[in-house]
Design a protein around this ligand. Structure first.
Ligand code: ADP
Length: 412
């Protein structure tokens, strides 16, 4: 400094010491040639104690090396600038503690020597505030993450709930449908019973009434005829009831099968014997000769039910003087049986519905029936590893074919 007079010196010095920023003048040998009150306070030195000290005492140890380079470089460039842009600067107090600072460097020349006047601001508070803002931001981000996660969880729970409701609704619908089907079954049963039972019952009643009129022993023939009528009609009614029971059992999964070993001829004989009682004038059933030796492991009762349905239908849906022929063979542990008739056949447009429960073809409506038999037959056969199919020509006749394993799995 080169003040013009002592009055000026005082004013300059007063200002020098009054400014809030620390002012430190550094000589070319990097010693402090001047420092104001604020600089002393900032670095924790008693007034005047910084004079002549090396600048390094204000700089934390770890920056010393780099700092010497900076200052030298700066001295040679001699342009005003602020220090530490983009990087953090630290000062070191007398007690060794450190604080962040910002410094503006102003080079000047005095008596041919280059000095630097550093204007230093303690930015501890600002840094602390920034730190707090950063922390607050982090907390905020954490909170947002937490909330997002909570929301995600809530959405997941809601989705599951919605899925559950949809499933429950589907189940309720299914249950309602089952209930409705059951209701329909009951209604159908009642109407069938009242319709299908009336004719055979009135037949039974008239046969019974007639029997009572034939009193003499010569009239035994007539009594037998009416007794046979009664027997066959009772059997017919019994079959309808059995069909309904079968449906109920199949529907509720209560059906269980009993496998045993038996000769096929035993079942065929029983079926043909019963069907013979239903024959019309001139009808006959041709019995297969080649199957006498066939032994089966199967559910005997079910095979009887299947065959009596098919042979019964063949007789029922054929006219007087026609033949029903049973043919078959065993191949690869499967028995195939064809039941052929020369009856009314099944109209082409009805053929695809023929195994549907209660379905009856257009041309069968004048004949007694319930439309249950084939449906039950198919279900049982498929449950037991077998199958059923048919070929039919309206007006010419039908062939129903069943295929069953000869040694069915006992567990089936
Ligand atoms: P139902 O004979 O009591 O009506 P089924 O389930 O046994 O019931 O048969 C369903 C329908 O299939 C019959 O109503 C009939 O239309 C047709 N059908 C079955 N077998 C024959 C057959 N052999 N010839 C002509 N139609 C038949």
């Amino acid at each position: 400094m080169n003040p013009a007079n002592s009055g000026d010196i005082n004013i300059v010095e007063t200002i020098f010491n009054a400014v809030a920023e620390g002012i430190i003048v550094v000589a070319p040998d990097q010693r402090i040639s001047s420092a104001n009150t604020a600089a002393h306070q900032m670095f924790g030195y008693p007034p005047g104690h910084l004079m002549g000290e090396p600048l390094n005492i204000l700089i934390p140890m770890k920056y010393h090396k780099a700092h010497v380079g900076y200052v030298d470089g700066f001295m040679n460039q001699s342009a005003k600038r602020s220090m530490g842009k983009g990087r953090e600067l630290y000062g070191q107090r007398k007690d060794g503690s450190q604080f962040p600072l910002e410094a503006g460097l102003n080079p000047f020349e005095l008596n041919g020597k280059r000095y630097v006047m550093a204007i230093v601001i303690d930015i501890s508070e600002r840094v602390e505030q920034q730190q707090q803002i950063l922390e607050l931001n982090e907390q905020l981000e954490d909170k947002i993450k937490e909330r997002t996660q909570e929301l995600d969880e809530a959405v997941k729970v809601l989705r599951k709930e919605v899925q559950k409701r949809i499933e429950a609704e589907a189940k309720t619908k299914e249950a309602l449908l089952k209930e409705r089907e059951l209701g329909e079954l009951k209604t159908k049963f009642l109407s069938l019973v009242s319709h299908e039972f009336k004719t055979p019952l009135s037949g039974i009643l008239s046969s019974a009434t007639l029997i009572s009129k034939y009193k003499t022993s010569e009239q035994q023939d007539k009594r037998d005829k009416h007794l046979n009528t009664i027997k066959s009609k009772v059997k017919y009614l019994n079959n309808i009831l059995n069909d309904f029971l079968s449906i109920e059992r199949l529907e509720t999964g209560k059906v269980s099968y009993n496998h045993s070993q038996f000769p096929l001829s035993k079942v065929l004989n029983e079926v043909v014997y019963d069907a013979n009682t239903l024959l019309k004038e001139g009808q006959r059933i041709n019995y297969p000769e080649n199957l006498e030796e066939v032994e089966l492991i199967f559910d005997e009762k079910i095979l009887e039910l299947v065959l009596s349905n098919l042979v019964g239908n063949a007789v029922k849906y054929s006219g007087e003087g026609t033949h029903v022929t049973i043919e078959g063979q065993v191949e690869d542990e499967f028995l195939t049986l064809d039941i052929k008739d020369q009856g009314i056949g099944i109209p082409l447009e009805d053929q695809k519905h023929i195994f549907n429960r209660y379905f009856r073809a257009e041309n069968a409506l004048l004949t007694q029936g319930t439309g249950i038999g084939l449906n039950i037959v198919k279900t049982h056969l498929e449950n037991l590893g077998g199958s059923i199919s048919f070929v039919s020509k309206p007006g010419e006749g039908s062939v129903f074919t069943i295929k069953i394993p000869t040694r069915a799995n006992h567990g089936a």
